[in-house]
Write a protein that binds this ligand. Structure first.
Ligand code: NAD
Ligand code: TYD
Length: 355
């Protein structure tokens, strides 16, 4: 069946993998990528597919409801995969309002446009897939059961609060207006094209440059790491076969303390650089902890496994090695995303959006 899918945030880290996956796997679909190109969005992430006949890029804000309405009309959109967001916890601590505007109000604008466009269509012909995070569930203590879909929401950071709020709006549009929706809540992703403000690409970059590796607090916080391509495949399964109104957790059963992830990365990166493995451990620097730092995230993905047969394909060590190799062979990409041009663009956009 031909589908017309609006993917938001497709120029970002996860979005670019999802766009590539859909453009290649479903040549009969039309894929429209709506992205504002903030500091985190980069069209270089999609160079290899930008000429494909079934792909269109539109630069714009998900919060611009008139633009979103016109895209639904013009492209006869019958599916949304919504990834656009402000995604970095540390930035949310500095500017919570930006996170509420983009993540909460931006999602509301998309929901309303979808509701208007799909009002007279049978619900089984349309789908709004909201991509969310495990951080909405809050923090686990050591030994506590992993998050499942019925775990109570308990967000602690402005980022997770804005994502939790967007999840609630998605459910409200389902329950109140009958909008056909699914939600996925995924654990921490890693892989190519991740912006180097996040732990793994930041450490790879700094190991290469012999710069310090900032570990917040003691490094004992635990995250459940999943390769981004495994996430893209899970989104494909849930978008096509997930049950209406349901949410699905996605995760790798792959819990690591930050300090152990960094040591593993050091070993792999040293090996790839021809240095004595472990020699970069001298770069580890413990710094002041993040405010409200969640101790532990862990995902129970049994529902997704049982209903849709999904399981991750990448082991952590192989996935990390491939990721390190990707960054080592894409130095220009790293240069470009961290150059003054990106930072300047971001600060202009940021100032404009505050006024
Ligand atoms: P990212 O920061 O790399 O990319 C976000 C993209 O959204 C960028 O391309 C940016 O330009 C775009 N964007 C931001 N504001 C916009 C706006 N107002 N209008 C249109 N586009 C806008 O983020 P990511 O890590 O790829 O995360 C994508 C989604 O997945 C987010 O919703 C995030 O909450 C969720 N998620 C991320 C992770 C993770 O580990 N990174 C884990 C679980 C869920
Ligand atoms: P991050 O990649 O920012 O993802 P999230 O906050 O969404 O989990 O951080 C992953 C973990 O690494 C988190 O516990 C915070 C920690 N961290 C550091 O110790 N140092 C850093 O420089 C960064 C960016 C994160």
């Amino acid at each position: 069946m031909k589908r017309h899918i609006l993917i938001t945030g497709g120029a970002g880290f996860i979005g670019s993998h999802v766009v590539r996956h859909f453009v290649h796997k479903y040549p009969e679909y039309e894929v429209v990528n709506l992205d504002l190109l903030t500091y985190a969005g980069n069209l270089a992430n999609l160079r290899d597919i930008e000429q494909e006949a079934n792909y269109h890029f539109v630069r714009g804000d998900i919060g611009d409801i008139d633009l979103v309405r016109s895209l639904f009309r013009e492209h006869r959109i019958d599916g949304v995969i919504h990834l656009a967001a402000e995604s970095h916890v540390d930035r949310s601590i500095r500017d919570p309002f930006l996170f509420a505007r983009t993540n909460t109000l931006g999602t509301l604008s998309l929901l309303q446009a979808a509701r208007e466009a799909w009002e007279s269509l049978p619900t089984n012909t349309c789908r709004f897939h909201h991509v969310s995070t495990d951080e909405v569930y809050g923090a686990l203590q050591p030994g506590e059961e992993a998050f499942c879909e019925t775990t109570r929401y308990n967000p602690h950071s402005p980022y997770s609060a804005s994502k939790a709020s967007s999840d609630h709006f998605v459910r409200a549009y389902h329950d109140t207006y009958g909008l056909p929706v699914v939600i996925t809540n995924c654990s921490n992703n890693y892989g190519p094209y991740q912006f180097p403000e996040k732990l793994i690409p930041l450490c790879i970059r700094n190991i290469c440059a012999n710069k310090s590796l900032p570990i917040y607090g003691k490094g004992e916080n635990v995250r459940d790491w999943l390769h981004v391509q495994d996430h893209a495949e899970a989104i494909d399964e849930v978008f096509h076969r997930g049950r209406d109104g349901e949410s699905y957790n996605i995760g790798g059963i792959n819990e690591w303390r930050n300090i152990d992830v960094v040591k593993l990365l050091i070993r792999i990166t040293d090996e790839e650089l021809g240095r004595a493995p472990g020699s970069s451990e001298k770069l580890i620097t413990h710094v002041t902890d993040r405010a409200g730092h969640d101790l532990r995230y862990a995902i129970n993905a049994d529902k997704l496994r049982a209903e849709l047969g999904w399981s991750p394909k990448h082991t952590f060590e192989d996935g990390l090695r491939d990721t390190v190799r990707w960054y080592l062979t894409h130095k220009q990409w790293m240069e470009d995303v961290t150059s003054g041009a990106y930072e300047r663009y971001y600060s202009e956009m940021y100032e404009n959006r505050r006024s």
